[in-house]
Design a protein around this ligand. Structure first.
Ligand code: PLP
Length: 413
């Protein structure tokens, strides 16, 4: 039986002080924020870094010789090597700033899919992908005559590796897989799938939106060729994300958007592209957000993965125990590797009503299909209620969720 641990409780209490939104009152109750998989909360150093840009560095970047522009450019560009090192990549030019995971995956599905696939080629995804790592590949296949193949999972939400070995073959050009499922919390064996894919010369794309907030992610250890994540799930701003890809891949791909900031030379006849990474950063980027993302990565690393994981794993294990013990709660997804996400349903209680009633008690959870309809279909449900956790969640918040569920069940029962 997991029980609240005094040392971890004190660490979490200290960390929470950095997150002003966690002090918000909801319906006269203390907020219990269990929706970090949708967007995590933002700590003061991130808010201050963005505030500092607007107060003292506000200017466009790259194209200005004046003081403010240089200050802003320096602050923006300093985040590129930081992001590379955060992902265990050695070349900062392999980092492209994008709007988020969705834009990064669309960029890849354009360059590696729409503009590269041919009839007979295959793209492999899993049944537990977020739509952001499913629909762009599906569309690329429809447009090119290639085939989308889907690897299934078992009743716990564990990826079917045997099936993966059958499906991935000489026709496979791209394997696109989430590191952690946003609907189930399953951690996928990316390195194993990458080995299979590479045996057949396929490119491996990883959606790391749900893994970067919970664990160190190293592109070399994963053995992937491209990886994408969003800032707002990593305690950073909205509207910013990171795409990392191997240099050869980025060099071979056409730009996704064209315009200012990404050219070498423009004449009436033709345009040549700037070198990496500018080739993929057309237009004025999200400058304050990149700076905020830098502060978020630093915040996480300063807290330390060991501390983060100790706190988070203890609270999540406690949550699982408490929730699994409620006879009226049916968990959707119970992979041994599960992390950060507990999806469930209560028979006879629509997820939307459940979410609304919990909100009345200040408990914020997410309800719906979680942009993962193939996953919902696999489990025979339209929607689930999802409680998702970050390192700032407490044992008491788990108790508040459990108390809320008992009350809802009594009312509906
Ligand atoms: N992939 C996964 C696994 C996600 O959880 C999400 C967001 O929920 C996305 C992709 C899309 O991220 P964004 O909306 O930041 O582009």
């Amino acid at each position: 039986m997991t029980s609240p641990n005094a040392e971890l409780t004190a660490w979490i209490a200290e960390v929470r002080k950095q997150f002003p939104a966690l002090d918000v009152q909801v319906n006269g109750k203390a907020l219990v924020y269990l929706d970090s998989a949708a967007s995590a909360q933002t700590p003061m150093p991130v808010i201050e870094a963005m505030d500092d840009y607007y107060r003292s560095k506000r200017s466009n970047i790259h194209r200005g010789v004046h003081f403010l522009s240089q200050e802003a450019s320096e602050a923006y560009e300093a985040v590129r090597p930081q992001a590379a090192s955060f992902l265990g990549a050695s070349d900062p030019d392999e980092i492209v700033f994008v709007r988020g995971t969705t834009e990064g995956l669309n960029l890849l599905a354009y360059g590696l899919g729409e503009r590269a696939l041919q009839p007979g080629d295959e793209v492999v995804v899993s049944e537990m992908e977020h739509h952001a790592n499913f629909v762009p590949w599906q569309r690329a296949c429809h447009l090119t005559g290639a085939t989308l193949r889907v690897i299934g999972m078992d009743d716990r939400g564990v990826l079917d590796l045997e099936r993966a070995a059958e499906v991935i073959g000489p026709r496979t050009k791209v394997v696109a897989l989430s590191h952690v499922s946003n609907a189930l919390g399953t951690v996928n064996p990316v390195a194993e799938v990458a080995r299979l894919a590479h045996e057949h010369g396929a490119v491996v794309v990883v959606d790391a939106a749900q893994s970067v907030p919970h664990m160190p992610v190293d592109v070399t250890e994963l053995g992937c060729d491209a990886l994408v994540f969003s800032g707002h799930k990593l305690f950073g701003p909205t509207g910013i994300g990171v795409l990392w890809a191997r240099r050869e891949l980025l060099e071979a791909m056409p730009p996704y958007q064209v315009g200012g900031g990404m050219i070498q030379e423009v004449t009436a006849e033709k345009t040549t592209w700037a070198d990496l990474p500018m080739k993929f950063e057309a237009g004025t980027p999200a400058i304050a957000e990149v700076i905020g993302l830098g502060a978020a990565m630093k915040f996480v690393l300063d807290l330390g993965w060991e501390n983060i994981q100790a706190a988070e794993h203890a609270v999540f294990a406690y949550a699982k125990e408490q929730l699994d013990a409620l006879p009226f709660v049916k968990a959707i997804g119970s992979a041994p590797s599960q992390i950060g996400v507990y999806s469930f349903e209560i028979e006879g209680v629509p997820a939307y009503d459940l979410g609304t009633m919990l909100d009345q008690r200040g408990v914020a959870v997410r309800t719906g299909h979680h942009c993962a309809q193939p996953t919902m279909r696999r489990f025979g449900v339209d929607a689930t209620t999802r409680a998702s956790f970050a390192f700032y969640n407490t044992f008491e918040e788990v108790d508040a969720l459990v108390a809320g569920l008992k009350r809802v069940h009594r009312l509906f029962g």
